[in-house]
Design a protein around this ligand. Structure first.
Ligand code: MOS
Length: 747
């Protein structure tokens, strides 16, 4: 690689630096951790009722069972801070007390925890525990209890639960073309490949946990609060994570139970939630009922938009998803209204999952837009272009960038979009009805406070030590690229160490803010190292004072500016010290307040629907995205592709079905909870525009992780309509929903 190349690392499609470790099994995930002392194994015993109290629990047979070391229940669980105290600590820093009392808060809540020498022994003993309950009537369904709905105090993804710009009712009443539709989106579970798992180990009153977690600093606070400890006495280690998708933002019962039991036993305890456990003791996205009302004039100009959402919130755990949040940012209209309502329910924890807000918001909104375009007799791509706003419609703020129109136009060209109004059912390919669909994607761009620490050794090796996580996204790789570019050095000279709460506190991974926020902190720390080198070098070589630090380049163990160079070791020898060591801390700039910042995409889908069985097969899916500057074209491509695959799931496959009589999820494994597998995923085409958003951060990048999820689902649903004439009102779209429309078409 020549000198010129070595200065431009950002954007290069470098392979993942952690790839070889992962494919050879060298990467240790939480449950893989093996310490000096052999761990005992924990197993969670789940409540068999949805709401009530434990009237009696008999653990004697379990305690006497082979290999059993400890059985915890509410009767002997060590004291913890009450669940949900420390509200000022934020959602993930609160106490997450487990086995707190005799109350059963949701179906599958832990009622006991068995620790044994082996998993088999623990699991066997768990079945010997007898629990009796006083069952109470619970609330398991938001729609059935709509009369109790309230406005949530806070929303994830929007500033306000209710907002109206202009006068919706008046504008809507006058609109000549309207759509009014009610949609249901399902409960979903993140279903990461790696389950939530923890190995807890105590030493001299301090706790170390090896845990699958997205944000270490929050987890540390959460565990410390729960266990009434100082956060500094808790260390979290999480170097590799097998997918998070929001479900590992906060700590879960297995972590708390492992920590409690390990302290009791004075021995490490390992717990990996089973796949079944995850459907009650992992978080989920809850069902939403969304009502959309759209009005346009006959030329296809939007006049009025209203987006109402109703969903459940897990009692005592404030989280509500902003399903209507993006509606105020999407298209120009005279009046825009959103309204969110929640019903407190006795269900497992509802929390962030894969583009909270936008994922389910675009699913319904972009379906309704398609329907409105059809009623106006306007091509759906053209309809969206016609309604491009100048400024953010709901706030009046300028957009930092707004390349949605380019995504749509380039996508239409690449896909081979036939323009014209949608006329369903016209295209056949043998036994298949073929349809095309389009949808736009919008996802908010955020920067969270993040720190970084970098040290440069005399032999020219740079080490970054951060509590940042790589949840499968490519963080290890891109942070190295950012540092290499910042210092003009070879990426191979950089070691990135992540996932240890002893390292510099970053923002962790979540909300698509990880790369931009921690990346900026790394960039700053490297700039500081440049300045440090120069200021020290200037002290021994007068010729360097006044040199612009931007001209400085690292070439192996030498630092050079123009044609002069000096060994790093000489500088350190002269001024003292073993390394150049610098920190940085960043936070969002004002432009995150004053401007509307989003990443964008346009998705195009082709489906085939079988004329006899109504089986829906996705045939092609193409996305054109703009997420500012792309940090690594290969890992970004994978992120977007992964998101699009979630979109396939949202449109056609994924749903957690609850038995509403008992509040119990029923399809609690990956045989019955359907995630798109290879057979469901056709050729995916991902295009990225060469964007740069100077308002987002100094790197010019924007969040990418959740962007691909948005828009893919509705593009597929719109394609199903184009093929069959069936308008999806309920997701995922099932064969039986489409069958009547197919029968009408083919007789
Ligand atoms: Mo995300 S759903 O904030 O990990």
């Amino acid at each position: 690689m020549n000198q010129q190349d070595s200065r431009n690392w950002i954007g290069k499609p470098l392979d993942r630096v952690d790839g070889p470790a992962k494919v050879t099994g060298q990467a240790t995930y939480a449950a893989d951790y093996r310490g000096a002392r052999a761990a005992s194994i924990g197993f969670i015993v789940e409540a068999g009722i949805g709401k009530g109290r434990i009237s009696s629990i008999d653990t004697t047979a379990a305690e006497a069972s082979d290999g059993v070391l400890l059985v915890l229940s509410h009767k002997n669980a060590p004291e913890q801070a009450p669940f949900g105290s420390h509200k000022d600590a934020g959602r993930f820093g609160q106490s997450h007390a487990a086995l707190e009392n005799d109350r059963v808060k949701y179906h599958g809540a832990p009622v006991a925890f068995v620790v044994a020498e082996t998993l088999e022994q623990a699991r066997h003993a768990a079945h010997l525990i007898e629990v009796k309950y006083d069952i109470e009537a619970g609330v398991f369904d938001a729609e059935a209890h709509e009369e109790d709905a309230v406005r949530p105090d806070s929303l994830d993804g929007a500033d306000e639960a209710d907002k109206e710009t202009g006068n919706f009712e008046k504008t809507f009443d006058k609109a000549p073309v309207t759509v009014e539709a009610e949609y249901h989106t399902p409960a979903q579970h993140a279903s990461a490949m790696e389950p939530h798992a923890t190995v807890a180990e105590w030493s001299e009153g301090k706790l170390t946990v090896h845990m699958a977690i997205q944000i270490l600093s929050d987890a540390r606070k959460g565990l410390a609060h729960t266990l009434k400890m100082e956060p500094g006495d808790v260390r979290i280690v999480s170097p590799f994570i097998g997918g998070g998708f929001g479900s590992k933002l906060g700590i879960h019962n297995e972590a708390v139970l492992a920590a409690l039991a390990a302290r009791e036993l004075d021995r490490p305890v390992r717990v990996a939630q089973t796949r079944r456990n995850l459907f009650s003791n992992g978080p989920h996205r809850t069902e939403h009922r969304q009502r959309l009302k759209l009005g346009a004039d006959t030329d296809g100009r939007l006049l009025a938009i209203s987006h109402d959402s109703l969903a459940a919130m897990a009692r005592g755990y404030p989280f509500a998803e902003a399903a209507g949040g993006l509606t105020q940012s999407s298209y120009a209209a005279l009046a825009i209204r959103m309204r969110h309502r929640i019903v407190e329910a006795d269900i497992p924890k509802v929390d962030s999952m894969r583009a909270p807000g936008e994922a389910i918001g675009t699913l319904t909104f972009e379906s309704a837009i398609d329907e409105l375009a059809e009623r106006c007799g306007v091509d759906p791509v053209q309809f969206r272009l016609l309604n491009e706003p100048e400024t953010e419609p709901g706030s009046g703020k300028p957009f930092s960038t707004r390349p949605l129109a380019r995504c749509l136009s380039e996508g239409a060209a690449s896909f081979g979009w036939r323009s014209g109004p949608v006329r369903p059912g016209g295209k056949r390919d043998g036994r298949w009805l073929v349809g095309h669909g389009v949808a736009a994607a919008i996802r908010s761009n955020n920067i969270e406070p993040a720190g970084a620490e970098a040290s440069l050794s005399r032999d020219g090796r740079l080490t970054l030590k951060l509590d940042m996580t790589d949840i499968g996204t490519g963080t290890y790789t891109i942070l190295g690229q950012i540092a290499a570019e910042a210092l003009g050095m070879q990426a191979g000279m950089i070691e990135v160490r992540l996932g240890d709460s002893d390292f510099a506190e970053t923002c962790g991974s979540g909300g698509s803010f990880g790369a931009g926020s921690t990346g900026t902190a790394v960039h700053e720390a490297c700039q500081n190292i440049r300045a440090d080198i120069l200021s020290r070098a200037a002290r021994i070589d007068a010729g360097w004072s006044g040199v612009n630090s931007g001209e400085l380049r690292l070439d192996g163990d030498r630092v050079s500016v123009g044609d002069r160079s000096l060994p790093l070791g000489d500088i350190l020898d002269a001024v003292g010290g073993e390394t150049f060591h610098c920190k940085a801390h960043i936070k969002a700039g004002d432009a995150h307040e004053t401007m509307a910042q989003y990443s964008y995409g346009a998705l195009f889908a082709e489906v085939g629907v079988d004329t006899d069985t109504a089986e829906i097969r996705l045939r092609r899916l193409l996305g054109v995205f703009d997420a500012g500057r792309i940090l690594n074209r290969k890992t970004a491509h994978s992120q977007l592709m992964g998101g699009m695959i979630f979109g396939i799931g949202a449109a056609l496959l994924e749903e957690s079905l609850m038995d509403k009589r008992y509040g119990a999820f029923m399809n609690r494994d990956l045989a019955e909870y359907h995630i798109a597998v290879n057979r469901d995923v056709p050729r995916l085409e991902v295009h990225m525009l060469d964007g740069f958003d100077r308002h987002s951060n100094p790197l010019g990048s924007k969040g990418i992780g959740e962007l691909g999820i948005c828009g893919a689902g509705p593009a597929i649903a719109n394609a199903v309509y184009d093929a069959t004439g069936h308008r999806a009102r309920k997701f995922p779209v099932h064969i039986e929903d489409v069958l009547p429309a197919v029968s009408r078409l083919v007789g």
